[in-house]
Design a protein around this ligand. Structure first.
Ligand code: CS2
Length: 494
């Protein structure tokens, strides 16, 4: 395509002839929402809902100001600054239809590492009604086995001593809320959008632990004034690839340095408790409910856990993507056995939801051949994900004397994966995990102590002491170390 256009506000009129573009007055948008952690998921989810809201209602109070707290956020900052906050969302349907659109709801981006006071001031500004978060499962700074806030984290220690130049999300939230209180303003809502059960309750408990240590009176005010709705978020959003960037450039002649791809499915279920108002998101499909817990448990224990089951076993087998796993009958049958026999029995009833239909829909979503979600994305940060997605289910099934074998094989496979860091054919695996060294150190002792991996207390709690689990895990780990052909072991269980 001749005449390549750089994606930015000035070129929007011309770009609109090629891809649907925001038609609302972006320059009038105020950042009613400040979002910490702008990655692919936020841009495919909350920012997309906000864009739809603007298209439908033109709600000028509800733009989004992105915030990056880490040096690693600089690239997103630079790209979005260059593109005036605009980016392409490429929705890929299972039938091959590709529907791109330009999203315009992010109006600004600030980096905490560059100017913490400026970020704090933006959060404290009376125009800010909501501070939302996608800081990943590992970002909440709690010990997964005790649930306690981790004061040992050096950045936390830094923040306690330096309230005006924080590094962590809790340091920023506390500093901004203090300014609101001192100015006599209402508190903003803190809205977690991460895959953690009771994500709002967890955020509240962690923030209060931190704030109590720093300023007890402020902690009391936060406890009283700040709402922390729990929310369940859902949209499969793979990592952006060079091919996605090339697709937008070659097909539409648009230079977008960081588009996002995602599946068509989207869901957001949120508890309706907000400290200082909220957008009318219900007009664009968000569900507001009094209690989100049953929904989030269902999603975490079926979708996210299902992903991990396919991801870990698939990585070991040598599958590169989730849809490749779904083209493999053994994996499909195994996934369903795990969902039916181990995940479903621990779920609470979700009114109005047919769990069989939900599981069928998950299979269809995982099988979407155009999403090409890499198993390496799914396996990344397993140490933060598995305790919430899978180990919790194992513990509940152990307590109820129910089936644990499907999840246990995944744990044994995770040990082998962490130790050898290769698939069954010896091909190297890309391991991305904040605890990768610790996982490796524990896993490599398996040869002398078969239970070494599950003795990592911070991940497994006391599970190694549970006879039933330890025996089954020990036998499985032995089998995998004797023969890494994971599919054979899966088939034996079907
Ligand atoms: C995935 C999620 O990496 C993972 O844990 O299961 O990112 C998943 O794709 C999203 O939660 C879907 O909503």
């Amino acid at each position: 395509m001749e005449n390549t256009l750089q994606l930015n506000q000035q070129n929007l009129n011309q770009i609109a002839a090629r891809i649907p573009c925001p038609a609302y007055p972006r320059n009038e948008l105020k950042a009613g929402m400040v979002h910490i952690g702008v990655g692919g998921f936020h841009r495919a989810h909350q920012a997309f809902y906000t864009h739809k809201l603007q298209e439908k209602l033109n709600a000028p109070a509800w733009g989004i100001c992105g915030i990056g707290l880490r040096e690693g956020d600089r690239k997103m900052h630079d790209v979005l600054k260059m593109q005036d906050g605009l980016y392409t969302l490429i929705v890929k349907h299972p039938d091959g239809t590709i529907a791109p659109q330009i999203i315009g709801s992010i109006t600004d981006f600030l980096l905490g590492v560059d100017d913490p006071m400026f970020v704090i001031a933006r959060m404290a500004d009376s125009a800010t009604k909501i501070v939302s978060l996608t800081i990943t499962e590992g970002g909440y700074n709690f010990n997964p086995s005790t649930g306690e806030f981790d004061f040992g984290n050096p950045d936390t220690q830094h923040d306690l001593k330096n309230p005006d130049s924080p590094k962590t999300v809790y340091g920023f939230l506390t500093a901004a809320l203090k300014k609101r209180r001192d100015a006599g303003l209402k508190a903003f809502t803190v809205l977690s959008c991460d895959n953690i059960q009771h994500n709002g309750d967890v955020t509240r408990a962690m923030l209060l632990s931190f704030a109590k240590e720093q300023n007890a009176a402020l902690a009391t005010w936060i406890e009283r004034e700040v709402c922390f709705p729990n929310s369940m978020v859902d949209r499969i959003t793979p990592v952006t690839t060079q091919a996605d960037i090339a697709y937008v450039a070659e097909t539409y002649g648009i230079e977008d340095a960081w588009p996002v791809t995602c599946e068509p499915f989207i869901q957001w279920v949120v508890e309706d408790k907000f400290s200082d108002g909220r957008p009318e998101f219900e007009k664009v499909g968000v569900q507001f409910v009094p209690d989100v817990k049953p929904y989030e448990k269902m999603k975490l224990r079926l979708l996210n856990a299902g992903h991990s089951v396919l991801g870990i076993l698939g990585a070991l087998h040598g599958h590169k993507t989730i849809n490749a796993c779904m083209e493999d009958k053994t994996f499909v049958t195994y996934l369903r056995a795990f969902m039916d026999k181990e995940a479903t029995p621990v779920l609470d009833e979700v009114k109005g939801i047919d769990l069989t239909a939900y599981k069928d829909s998950l299979e269809a979503r995982f099988a979407n051949p155009n999403i090409k979600d890499s198993v390496s994305r799914i396996c990344s940060e397993s140490s933060a994900k598995l305790p919430k997605f899978l180990i919790a289910t194992l513990q509940e099934n152990l307590a109820a004397d129910k089936s644990i074998e499907y999840a246990t094989l995944v744990m044994a496979a995770w040990c082998y994966y962490s130790d050898k860091q290769t698939d069954k054919n010896g091909q190297p695996l890309e391991i991305i995990d904040a605890l990768s060294t610790e996982l490796y150190e524990a896993a490599k002792q398996t040869i002398t102590d078969p239970l070494a991996f599950i003795k990592q207390q911070s991940l497994f709690g006391d599970l190694a002491k549970n006879e039933r689990f330890a025996e089954l895990y020990g036998a499985m780990v032995q089998k995998i170390y004797a023969d890494a052909n994971i599919k054979k072991h899966m088939q034996e269980m079907l």
